[in-house]
Design a protein around this ligand. Structure first.
Ligand code: APR
Length: 250
């Protein structure tokens, strides 16, 4: 019987360049619901609240929902053992960088250093006119929408809305890392959102071994995944880190 966890650990240990690609699933055990599926955010909220055009034409309605989802809720979440294990792999040099679709800042709070935020970060809000950037916790959200002190414009969370371009550096660095990857860990994502979902395909096309961690199969599983580790990130990743550590030094 092949021990896939062991096989995955050996591949990571032998790899000269391992990259992780994460989605909402890695933060589920921190109390943040995924976007899709029965218990997903999009089963309770209309995704239009994160549509850029809708946001600018309905700033109050959008902000009421955005505050509820991303500020009243997200702010309380803590990194879980899955985030911490990835930071541990990086610390030991077994993981070179981490590409995340998440905007919750939990990878950084867990200690990860090289994190490419493909969809931005909810910790900041920006003025679309003067560019002023504020820490979200410093903004008075008792009256919505919050406005720029300089020019009164509606402030926008510094994460990527539907219909908005991906931050240039995060985009370029993510695809560069995907092309260099010998191993890519694909963790907790359905891969339904473009262009982020192209990152694992780019890695596979460049010869990387794809190790997927998810309690459910995804479109990646039958197309590019070499090793599928069925389970929760907060349970599988610490075990994987322990196995990599246990392997004898070459
Ligand atoms: N550990 C690992 N994976 C999990 C866990 C867990 N504990 N719980 C759920 N999952 C998996 C689900 O099976 C699903 O495959 O996480 C995935 C979550 O998928 P989505 O909700 O679609 O999230 P994601 O792929 O990150 O969405 C991409 O969509 O709405 C936009 O901008 C938003 O970045 C987001 C993008």
């Amino acid at each position: 019987m092949i021990d896939y966890l062991d096989k995955a650990a050996r591949l990571i240990r032998e790899s000269g360049y391992t990259v992780a690609f994460t989605g909402a699933g890695i933060s589920v055990e921190s109390g943040i619901p995924p976007f899709r599926g029965r218990s997903g955010l999009w089963s309770r909220y209309d995704p239009k609240v994160l549509d850029l055009d809708y946001f600018y034409s309905n700033p109050h309605d959008s902000w009421v929902k955005i505050k509820e989802i991303f500020y009243d809720f997200f702010g309380k979440a803590q990194p879980n053992p899955g985030h911490i294990a990835l930071a541990g792999l990086e610390q030991k040099g077994w993981l070179k960088s981490l590409i995340t679709q998440n905007i919750d800042n939990l990878h950084q709070e867990a200690g990860s250093q090289t994190v490419w935020e493909f969809h931005g970060n909810s910790q900041w809000v920006v003025c679309p006119r003067c560019g002023a950037r504020h820490f979200a916790t410093e903004i008075d959200m008792s009256e919505l929408p919050p406005r720029c002190h300089e020019d009164g414009s509606v402030l926008k969370p510094d994460f990527i809305f539907f219909g908005e371009g991906i931050p240039r550096e995060a985009y370029d660095q993510s695809f560069a890392a995907a092309r260099k990857a010998e191993v890519m860990l694909v963790i907790g994502t359905t891969g339904e959102v473009m262009p982020a979902s192209m990152v694992p395909y780019e890695a596979a096309r460049s010869g990387a071994t794809i190790i997927e961690i998810n309690p459910e199969t995804t479109p990646f599983t039958n197309q590019i995944t070499h090793i599928f580790l069925e389970g929760k990130a907060g349970e599988v990743l610490p075990e994987l880190l322990a196995r990599v550590r246990q392997l004898p030094v070459d």
